[in-house]
Design a protein around this ligand. Structure first.
Ligand SMILES: [Fe+2]
Length: 180
C-alpha cells in the first residue's frame, strides 16, 4: 500500500451503511424536483452504479470501459460541484467544509489516474478501487448528511436557484446538454 493509499484508507467510511441510508433519506426529503440537490442525488446514484459496473466486470476490456465511464461521471459531477456548490458553501459559513470537499475530490481524481496504470484484473487494482470507492462514499455521506443539508437551509431562494443553474451549466458543459 502506497503512502497515498494509506491516506485514503485512513479516511475510509467510519460511518455505517445504516447511517448512509439515513443521510440519503434526509437529503431526499430536503430536495425538490429539478433543484441542485435532486440533481446531485441523482448523480451520486449514477456514481455508485458506475463503481458497481467496474467491480462486476469479468474481462479486462469490460473493466477498462467501465472505469472510463466511472471517470467521466465522477469528473463531470466534481467539476460542477467545484464550480457551483463548494463556493456557495464557503459563502454560507462552511469554508472548512468547502476546503475539505475540494481536497477530497482532488485526491480521488489523482487516485483514479493512478488506477489506470494498474493491470485491470490484478489484486492491486481491486485494492486501489476499493480505497477510492471508500473515500468517495465517505465524501458523499458528508455532502448528503451534513454539508448540503446546511446549504439547503441557509442559502436564500435566489441563491438556491442560481446554484441550480450553475450546477446544470457546468455538468452539461462536460457531459453534454442531454445529460441534465
Ligand atoms: Fe457529490
Amino acid at each position: 500500500m502506497s503512502v497515498i493509499d494509506k491516506a485514503i484508507a485512513a479516511i475510509t467510511p467510519p460511518e455505517s451503511e445504516e447511517a448512509r441510508v439515513e443521510a440519503r433519506a434526509k437529503a431526499e426529503a430536503a430536495a425538490t424536483p429539478g433543484d441542485w440537490l435532486s440533481l446531485i442525488l441523482d448523480h451520486h446514484r449514477q456514481i455508485e452504479r458506475a463503481f458497481d459496473a467496474v467491480e462486476a466486470a469479468a474481462a479486462p476490456a469490460e473493466r477498462i470501459a467501465a472505469q472510463k465511464a466511472l471517470g467521466v461521471i465522477l469528473t463531470g459531477h466534481a467539476v460542477a460541484e467545484e464550480a457551483a456548490i463548494y463556493p456557495a458553501m464557503a459563502e454560507e459559513h462552511q469554508v472548512g467544509h468547502a476546503e475539505l470537499a475540494y481536497q477530497e475530490q482532488s485526491a480521488a481524481k489523482m487516485e483514479l489516474g493512478l488506477l489506470e496504470r494498474l493491470d485491470p484484473m490484478s489484486q492491486d487494482y481491486l485494492d486501489k478501487l476499493g480505497h477510492i470507492r471508500g473515500a468517495v462514499t465517505h465524501h458523499i455521506y458528508s455532502e448528503e448528511g451534513t454539508w448540503f443539508l446546511q446549504l439547503k437551509q441557509e442559502a436564500s431562494a435566489d441563491e438556491q436557484s442560481m446554484i441550480s443553474q450553475r450546477y446544470k451549466e457546468e455538468f452539461s458543459r462536460y457531459m453534454g446538454s442531454d445529460a441534465v
